[in-house]
Design a protein around this ligand. Structure first.
Ligand code: BG6
Length: 469
């Protein structure tokens, strides 16, 4: 199905000189333009620096060359660059928000979370009308109270239909495929419940450290940076009931029911870790406390593992284990659905207990695949069984580069489609579920950079084990 261009509107990036704009937003907008999927209208950069249009264009060019698509086309770039303009924040913000002939504007708040509220108030000050919509980055607040306060400020000026709370995990192809896997195939639904599933695991592993974002990370940590948003969003897609229709409200209603059924996460359900200095492949890697912008006595977690329970008919008694961390051995985001053991062990290898159960593994990145492991008979006169894998890899089955998450999400917001964005009630509920642990943080455990986190994370899941290691 051919996509159409979104309706004409200006795109205003507040925080246009920052890292997010450089790494993600400007390359995504250029990509959309390249594919002829960008709306007509200006792209207005706003930030504190006293830049000119020419500075902004030069910076955008660098960004697109460094982080954009492989095919850079100078002529396309020239046409794209004509749309870019820059307004210093101190100047007339009203000018930045000037209307297109269609009167529509999409404002992207690409600023640090601590200034979201002030920015929304500033927009309110110059006048928000029905033609303006807004994208708010994560983390949306830093706890339940601040998320409620931010939602209240947004509600003062915007209708919920004008607000897009972005979580870029929802823009990933492999995350969206969870819904197609579950609701486009009939074979999974019958076993997608407590009768057949022993437990579910989600690992979001990164090998990088905090990449110069010390002051941001000190305010956030893994629980706020990854678990409250990316991890719980993925979990809701895994656990939700089939929606009544495949549209934004129906899907978001079902996700909300999963969040409503989540039991509060208590301190005893959580392991917090922080990476320490280590030598990896002969290279000396700094510990978190040595990173620039990090306090020498910081107890911010760079790793979190937790047990989550969904107290409803489908999932009661099935633990969901979630872990996320920086400076783990490799970049790998993966879901494992572990099915229950057979009721009777006929085969010798099974009696020893060291064969894995049937596992459905959904690899979100970097590999992008779905694998089902089953037991098979090894050819020969004896009955010998071994685990084997059936697999589907995106790269082998589909040609072409998948669309980048930000590209997809900006396109959807320009079209007014909320399906892949978080609703106010859901965001607040996710904070509410984590609030008990935020109020009483368990002690930090240390792990050497380049390992799979503190050993307490293994104890959390025992007698089961993490499949990714
Ligand atoms: C962001 C976090 O939301 O997601 C970063 O703030 C993290 O800390 C990033 O590195 C990971 O995104 P991805 O798409 O590389 O998994």
């Amino acid at each position: 199905m051919a996509l159409e261009k979104p309706p004409e509107q200006d795109i205003v990036i507040i925080g246009a000189t920052g890292d997010l704009a450089r790494r993600k937003l400007l390359p995504a907008l250029y990509n959309l333009f390249l594919r002829d999927l960008l709306c007509e209208g200006r792209i207005v950069g706003v930030a504190r620096s006293e830049w000119t249009d020419a500075d902004f264009r030069a910076r955008a060019l660098e960004a697109v060359r460094e982080f954009g698509p492989l095919e850079f086309d100078d002529r396309v770039w020239q046409r794209f660059a004509e749309r870019l303009t820059y307004v210093p924040a101190g100047e007339d913000i009203g000018r930045a928000l000037g209307r297109t002939s269609a009167g529509r504007r999409l404002v992207y708040l690409a600023v640090p979370p601590s200034s979201f509220e002030a920015q929304v108030e500033a927009l309110g000050g110059v006048g928000v009308d029905g033609g303006m919509s807004i994208i708010v980055e994560k983390p949306f607040g830093r706890d339940l109270a601040s998320a409620r306060a931010l939602n209240a400020v947004l509600r003062r000026y915007f209708d919920e239909s004008q607000v897009f709370r972005i979580d870029h995990y929802l823009g990933k192809e492999t995350v969206q495929n969870i819904l197609v896997l579950r609701f486009g195939n009939s074979i999974f639904e019958r076993v997608w419940n407590r009768d057949a599933i022993d437990h579910v695991q989600l690992t979001i592993a990164e090998d990088i450290g905090i990449e110069g974002r010390g002051s941001f990370y000190e305010e956030t940590g893994a629980l706020r940076d990854i678990i409250q948003n990316h991890a719980l969003q993925v979990l809701s897609l895994l656990a939700m009931e089939p929606p009544v229709a495949f549209n934004a409200e129906a899907i978001r209603d079902e996700k909300a029911k999963v969040f409503a059924a989540l039991l509060p996460v208590l301190p005893g359900d959580v392991v917090r870790g922080q990476y320490s200095r280590a030598v990896i492949d002969g290279r000396d890697v700094a510990g978190y406390l040595d990173e620039p912008g990090v306090s020498a006595t910081s107890t911010t977690e760079t790793f979190a593992a937790l047990r989550v329970e969904i107290d409803n008919w489908r999932w009661s008694g099935v633990p969901f284990y979630v872990r996320a961390g920086k400076r783990l051995p490799r970049r790998d985001t993966e879901i494992s659905i572990a099915f229950r053991d057979v009721p009777k062990h006929f085969f010798e290898e099974m009696q020893c207990g060291d064969l894995p159960p049937n596992l459905l593994r959904i690899e979100i990145q970097p590999e992008e695949s779905v694998k089902l492991s089953i037991l098979a008979k090894v050819p020969g006169p004896e009955i010998e069984v071994k685990p084997v894998t059936m697999e589907f890899r995106y790269g082998d089955s589909f040609m072409g580069q998948p669309q980048e998450a930000y590209e997809r999400l900006i396109y959807d917001a320009l079209c007014g489609d909320h399906t892949l964005f978080a609703r106010a009630d859901a965001v607040e509920r996710c904070w509410e579920v984590l609030q008990p642990v935020l109020d009483r943080l368990p002690a930090i455990r240390y792990y050497p950079a380049g390992t799979w986190g503190p050993k307490e994370a293994d104890a959390l899941i025992a007698p089961r084990q993490w499949y990714l290691h």
